[in-house]
Design a protein around this ligand. Structure first.
Ligand code: B12
Length: 212
């Protein structure tokens, strides 16, 4: 098995210390930091996403793999600053919407997006429309990933989109929504740009929204 395959396997298996060790080994052998995203992290997380979709992996395995991938990104991130090849795929403001404290799914989405090359601004839970507007402005975000797990808080996603509109920012930022009670038709109803049913779908959607 080559070094890149070994690194991919260690991410899939959720072995963070091995990922850290192999990342350091790759760098010491002269591998460019920017090559590790497309050659290792993205294919490994794609495989994790496939296993999740095929019910071979469940939430704990996904969380552990996402954390293992961070063992590599934590080493690579400082080395990538100013590296044009590895310019982030886009800046995503991630949050769980106002009134809602569920963050497990949001964290998985944020980690998968980060592992796929996006820069993440994580507002945590209970994020108000005002806080989202301020973050989009401050970080010049191209994308927002909003999560809701309660039927009572879903409606706050609509309020956030209206606040972006009122702030004159709606034209420059795409909005994707998700979370267990959220659906494609809800996304359409509130004027979001897309809905994703899980973290791999969030990554695909983010890529297509940024490309559009
Ligand atoms: C864990 C949990 C909690 C934990 C949360 C811990 C934490 N740090 O998140 C605690 C104990 C705090 C909690 C509290 C409450 N909870 Co709760 N909770 C759950 C539970 C069991 C699991 C949620 C979860 O983490 N799922 C796993 C993750 C990985 O899945 P996920 O969040 O759906 O995310 C995936 C996708 O949806 C998607 N996704 C998520 N976000 C996004 C965003 C984007 C942009 C995209 C594209 C995709 C995407 O990708 C993720 C990964 O695949 C659910 C039951 C359930 N089956 O959902 C109830 C549940 C959501 N809770 C519920 C309730 C009622 C509550 C409380 C009101 C209980 C109470 N009476 O106090 C409080 C509310 C607190 C609050 N204000 O938020 C109800 C909601 C009912 C409803 N219809 O609204 C549920 C459905 C349980 C039930 N059957 O009654 N809860």
């Amino acid at each position: 098995m080559g070094l890149f395959e070994e690194m991919q396997q260690a991410i899939i298996d959720g072995k963070a210390p091995v990922v850290k060790e192999l990342t350091e080994k790759a760098l010491s052998q002269g591998v460019k930091p920017g090559d590790i995203f497309p050659q290792v992290i993205i294919p490994a997380m794609n495989e994790v996403g496939r296993r999740m979709r095929d019910c071979e992996f469940f939430i704990p395995e996904v969380l552990i793999a996402a954390r293992a991938s961070r063992a590599a990104t934590d080493i690579l991130r400082p080395l990538l600053v100013g590296d044009d090849v590895a310019r982030p795929a886009g800046t995503v403001v991630c949050c769980t919407i106002k009134g809602d404290l569920h963050d497990i799914g949001k964290n998985i989405v944020a980690m998968m997006l980060e592992s796929s090359g996006f820069r993440i601004v994580d507002l945590g839970v209970d994020a108000s429309p005002e806080k989202i507007v301020a973050a989009v402005r401050e970080h010049r975000a191209n994308l927002i990933a909003m999560s809701a797990l309660l039927t009572t808080t879903m409606v706050n996603m609509k309020a956030a989109i209206e606040a972006l509109d009122a702030a004159g920012l709606r034209g420059q930022v795409r909005v994707m929504v998700g979370g267990a009670p959220v659906t494609e038709s809800w996304a359409r109803l509130i004027g979001a740009d897309g809905y994703g049913k899980d973290a791999p779908a969030a990554v695909e959607l983010a890529r297509s929204l940024i490309a559009a």
